[in-house]
Design a protein. Sequence first.
Length: 169
Amino acid sequence: MRLKTVALALVVVILCSGRLAWAAEAPTDPCSLLTQSRVSAVLGVSLGAGTHPDSNSPGSHSGSYFDCQWSEQGQDNLAGKRVLLHMFGQIGKLTPAERFENAKTPVQGITKTPVSGVGDDAYYIESGFNTSLYVRKGTSVFQMIVFGFSKEQVKTTEKTLAQEAASKL
């Protein structure tokens, strides 16, 4: 009887500790990393409050948000200036940090450039579509994408916003 009680207690501890470890790895809400006023000031335009795109509403990722977007008020999303902050979550057995490292792998037609002064490690990824900044701070990883500016303005703006976001992780 005592062996069954010990075994049951061990199973409960293992299940609970696994659940706590999983919960601790849930990504930070990206909208909590930047304020509307700060993003508006950096971009030099009036932006709306950070919103979670419908595609990643709570429940689709165990109650966690992965994306936050700030968009220029009064403008169509495709025409206006905007910022997208994407938090990396775990995919299968790959942690956000492992995904960050994997994304460094060279790919033909895509330029990857190290960036200093942001988080623990960072790099720009430039493709024909856009330029984005990938940042790792501890075990957290995020991608910052700014739209509506020249490539050099995008890089400067992404770095400024990423430094602030990383400081809150």
